[in-house]
Each structure stands twice: as structure tokens, then as C-alpha cells.
Design a protein around this ligand. Structure first.
Ligand code: TYD
Length: 220
């Protein structure tokens, strides 16, 4: 990522893999060391992105064409890059992002069967050279994904939170395809992507995350 001073770290994995928890734990650890941290999330994270997020994730959204879906994810991403991620990297901050292009490759490219080439073309247009230095894929079984997601939706419904269950209605086969694509991305780009077993305790997962982040940020 030429010309950018900061460091860009992304967290990926199928639904319920624990990436948001890990991202928060890492952010806290870095802040405790006085590192300048910016958090980002996808889809969403900006006013435009949050509006797009509600279209994408609401279970009331029906008959969304796969190409329309991928364009909405990339519209949210383009806004995120422009408004938050690129400026933060330019000012030397550590950007932690909950999902990025790999999620579109896995969910839309493989899950929806749109293929890699479309994703690569959209990445060129939307991200303009902004690419993660380090990506964690928290790997869990599709069955774990579904049971964690159901549990979370029950808790969210109890708390009156927004319904974001559209993807969680997908079955085991869909999540197996998405997981397979993530593992393929990791095999293709071993210098950037680290696969971590997400079936373990959050502390054990965080220790693995921390080892790689320390190396990237040269923290002694
Ligand atoms: P996210 O908010 O990360 O939800 P969770 O924390 O439950 O994983 O992502 C919401 C959903 O959007 C999730 O099912 C994955 C999907 N998604 C895509 O399909 N493509 C994308 O490019 C992104 C960023 C997310």
C-alpha cells in the first residue's frame, strides 16, 4: 500500500466467529500502549454506510439481486475508505476494521457464486489501493456459526435491537462455501492472511492475534 503511513488490520470469518470481540480486545490493548487506533466496520461505519447496512441486513429486504447486493457492500466500502480508512492511514494511525474486501469475496464471490473477478474489479474501483497489511480469519465450523448466531438473535430480539438476521437464515451449505473461500484466500496470500482457530477461548484467540500484531507494529 504505497504512500500510506499507518497500518491496516482486518478481521474476517463466518458469522459468529468472534471477530468483533477480538477486535475490541485488540483495540483496548493498543490504546493502553498509547497507539493511535481507529475502529471501522463493514457494512456501515459512516452515515451513508449505516443506511446501506440497514438495507443489506434487514430480514425485510427480499429479492435483493446478488449483483445489487455486492454493489451495495462496495458502495458502503468506498465511503468507508474515503471518509475514515484512508485519512486515518495517511495520518499514521492503526486502523482495525471489522470485515473488508475478503468478506465480499467469500460471501458474494463464493457464497452467492459471483466469482472472484467481479470482486477484484470492484476492489480496484472502491478501494483505490487501500489494502490490509494483516488479516485475521477466525475459523469456526459452520454448525458453530449457526448456533452462535441463533443465540445472538434471541438475545438481540429480547433487548429490542434491530433485526439483522437476513444472512443468518442461510444454511450450512452457504456457510461452508463462505468458509472454504476464506481458507482459499489465506492459502493464496499467506503473507497477509493468518487463519486462527476460533473455536477456542477468547483469551487463547487473543494471544494468537497479539503475537502477529506485535510483529507487524514492532512492539517489543
Ligand atoms: P457483520 O456486521 O460483520 O456481522 P457479524 O458480526 O454477524 O459477522 O456482517 C454482517 C453480514 O454481512 C454478515 O453476514 C456478513 C455479510 N457481509 C457480506 O456478505 N459481504 C460483505 O462484503 C460484508 C462486509 C459483510
Amino acid at each position: 500500500m504505497a504512500g500510506k503511513r499507518g497500518r491496516f488490520i482486518t478481521f474476517e470469518g463466518i458469522d459468529g466467529c468472534g471477530k468483533t470481540t477480538q477486535l475490541e480486545m485488540l483495540a483496548e490493548r493498543l490504546r493502553a500502549l498509547n497507539m493511535p487506533v481507529t475502529r471501522a466496520r463493514e457494512p456501515g461505519g459512516t452515515a451513508v454506510g449505516d443506511a446501506i447496512r440497514s438495507i443489506l441486513l434487514d430480514s425485510a429486504t427480499v429479492r435483493l439481486a446478488p449483483v445489487a447486493e455486492v454493489l451495495l457492500y462496495f458502495a458502503s466500502r468506498a465511503q468507508n475508505v474515503d471518509e475514515i480508512i484512508a485519512p486515518a492511514l495517511e495520518s499514521g494511525r492503526v486502523v482495525l476494521c471489522d470485515r473488508f474486501v475478503d468478506a465480499s469475496a467469500a460471501y458474494q464471490g463464493a457464497g452467492r457464486g459471483l466469482g472472484w473477478e467481479l470482486i477484484e474489479n470492484l476492489e480496484r474501483i472502491a478501494c483505490r489501493g487501500v489494502k490490509p497489511h494483516l488479516t485475521f480469519i477466525l475459523d469456526i465450523e459452520p454448525a458453530t456459526s449457526i448456533s452462535r448466531a441463533l443465540e445472538r438473535n434471541r438475545d438481540a430480539a429480547g433487548a429490542g435491537a434491530a433485526d439483522e438476521s437476513r444472512f443468518e437464515r442461510e444454511g450450512l451449505e452457504f456457510f461452508s462455501r463462505v468458509r472454504g473461500a476464506y481458507l482459499e484466500i489465506a492459502a493464496r496470500e499467506p503473507g497477509r492472511v493468518v487463519v486462527i482457530d476460533g473455536e477456542r477461548s477468547r483469551q487463547a484467540v487473543q494471544e494468537d492475534v497479539w503475537r502477529h500484531v506485535r510483529r507487524l507494529l514492532e512492539i517489543s
